[in-house]
Design a protein around this ligand. Sequence first.
Ligand code: SF4
Ligand code: FES
Length: 364
Amino acid sequence: MSVPAPIAMLAELTHRCPLACPYCSNPLALHGKENELSTETWARAFGEAAELGVLQLHLSGGEPASRPDLVDLTRAAHEAGLYTNLITSGIGLTPARLDALEAVGLDHIQLSLQGTTPELADRIGGYKGGFARKMAVAAEIKARGIPLTLNAVMHRHNLDDLERTIELAIELGARRLEVACVQFHGWATRNRAALLPSRSQTEAAKRIVAEAEARLRGTLAFDFVPPDYYADYPKACMGGWGSAGLNIAPDGTVLPCHAAETIPHLDFDRFPDKSLREIWYDGAAFNAYRGTDHLPETCRSCERVGIDFGGCRCQALALAGDAAATDPVCSRSPDHHKVTALLETALAEGDAAEFTYRRMPRKG
Ligand code: SF4
Ligand code: FES
């Protein structure tokens, strides 16, 4: 099959983060500072990504502002000709740092939102005072006119606040709001019972987003990711494995998606041991699930296979025990009953479930 060039790259600059969100998509085994790539190596990766055809670079983490060299990294990405998007909690972005980021060509900021009140947001983020600091940073971003997306990760504890979330996005001057219902990867799998919304919350969210989208056309654009456990069909995760984007972990491991390391039999290459071109086109992990040939007959004979590519490989492994299986979220999957059973168990525990916060392991 012919392999298209990647469009986007997610650079996980660090796993360090002052927040401790229980739904973090980072792996359970987090990398410490000592494993992070240097400024020069990241800059090389950005240059190679641009040569490979990448257009958009997402500077992410952890909290990318935890890297003291964030301005140098952004400059390097801009000079490589990449559109730069900073994915941040806002903590660590002082006015002076924002000025410097703007000066070196930062194109866009994606600010996370844990909740619409200090009590809720600080409880979910596990960081006291975080909401107040985030609102101050949002005001600085608005004052500078830097294009802003508000990324609201939604779950059972904040979905009832969706209308207020939309109002807040407008107040903060966001052009786009991501209503991103938690996907169960990384730390979210540990917190499934605490985070899973109810079916009625999910239905209400769909109605609220549809109504707001129509009412706010031209003011606020929406990206809505509904909770896929309630869906009939899975999402086209990553737009298809190894077809649109690549992720680089803080230590340089190059991944087809953020959760790919949960598939134990895959061999991952590391940058700069190999070039990004070699890894993208010839890497074993990138080729493992490209296309649809690995999928079972259920998918191969299905009219939706060109739409969702059989769903998410990591979810297929986690729920069906086989990364090549039909994503069990699909109502046509022979494993779909496992999703129904998970839903029932998680909902039964519901409000009684406590958060396990994402924390770096303590040294020594
Ligand atoms: Fe998608 Fe496979 Fe389900 Fe068809 S059977 S909808 S291709 S996951
Ligand atoms: Fe890995 Fe979906 S998160 S393929």
